[in-house]
Design a protein around this ligand. Structure first.
Ligand code: NAP
Length: 261
């Protein structure tokens, strides 16, 4: 299916690692121009160079999105370099384990700054450009927004708010024809996920236990499968889809897991 994304500028936060990297690569494959927004300069430049070697155009913008001024600069740099912005993919995040019992209000607010503030700030600064392009927004949230996880109050609060904002912005942006949707990954083996697994005494055993409970094919979702869902929503093939939550998770969140136990 042609997604009609040729020459569309697709701004992907956390674009040099894990799910974001797969979205960047998928966008480039569709002929779009991905903007890789990342803290790590090394990883961002490496991905931009790899794409360039394959004849794909992209832009790397180094930014620490926990700072509002860097969110504004990242959008401005995109417009200065590419002249337009068609899709905002809010994806960057960090599961920073701020617990209720052993955490603190200060750490909680810092987690909100790291995981939620930039979803709003980037949408705010991107809006004039999305109005011009009649573009759209995709918020990458998490199944933990609807299931909880334990030990991650800040991250989970941010993930839940990302879903609420998806509905809120879908309503507010109706007059401009700007669609807003959310994608909720569950179990995807990325650098973030591997870090989380390290919390367990036996990470390999924990991983197998989780895989066993994933209804469809007892395996993790690949970053590419998340990226495909994001790119479908980004495209005009999803032209009448707004305010929706998609769970590309092999049925992990909603199907009866007891069938495999
Ligand atoms: P990842 O591999 O750790 O990638 C996260 C990316 O976000 C990294 O490139 C990181 O850049 C970037 N980032 C984080 N904070 C940033 C900041 N303040 N400024 C700029 N860049 C920042 O993680 P992932 O698993 O792909 O996660 C991507 C999204 O999927 C997250 O929103 C996560 O909550 C969600 N998710 C993932 C899973 C899963 O199973 N993996 C499940 C549910 C939801 P640096 O490395 O340079 O810091």
């Amino acid at each position: 299916m042609d997604l009609h994304l040729t020459n569309k500028v697709v701004f992907v936060t956390g674009g040099a690692s894990g799910i974001g990297k797969a979205i960047v690569e998928g966008a480039a494959e569709e002929g779009a121009i991905p903007v890789i927004v990342n803290r790590s300069r090394e990883r961002g430049e490496q991905l931009r160079n790899e794409l360039s070697q394959n004849g794909k155009k992209s832009l790397f913008v180094q930014a620490d999105l926990s700072k509002v001024s860097q969110c504004e600069r990242a959008i401005q740099e995109t417009i200065n370099q590419l002249g337009q912005l068609d899709v905002l993919v809010n994806n960057a995040g960090i599961n920073d384990n701020v617990e209720l019992e052993n955490g603190s209000p200060k750490a909680f607010m810092q987690s909100i700054q790291n995981n939620l503030q930039h979803y709003y700030s980037l949408a705010h600064f991107a809006l004039p450009h999305l109005k011009k392009s009649r573009g759209n927004i995709i918020n990458v949230s998490s199944k933990t927004a609807v299931t909880g996880q334990g030990g991650s109050s800040g991250y989970i609060a941010a993930k839940g708010a990302q879903l609420s904002l998806t509905r809120e912005w879908a309503v507010e942006l109706l007059p401009y024809g700007i669609r807003v949707n959310a994608v909720l990954p569950a179990e995807v083996l990325t650098p973030m996920y591997k870090n989380w697994l390290k919390k367990f005494d036996n990470p390999d055993k924990q991983k197998s236990e989780i895989e066993r409970r994933i209804p469809l094919e007892q395996r993790m979702t690949t970053p590419q499968e998340i990226a495909d869902t994001v790119l479908f929503l980004a495209s005009d093939r999803a032209s009448h889809t707004t305010g929706q939550y998609l769970f590309p998770d092999g049925g992990y969140t909603h199907l009866d897991r007891a069938i495999h136990s």
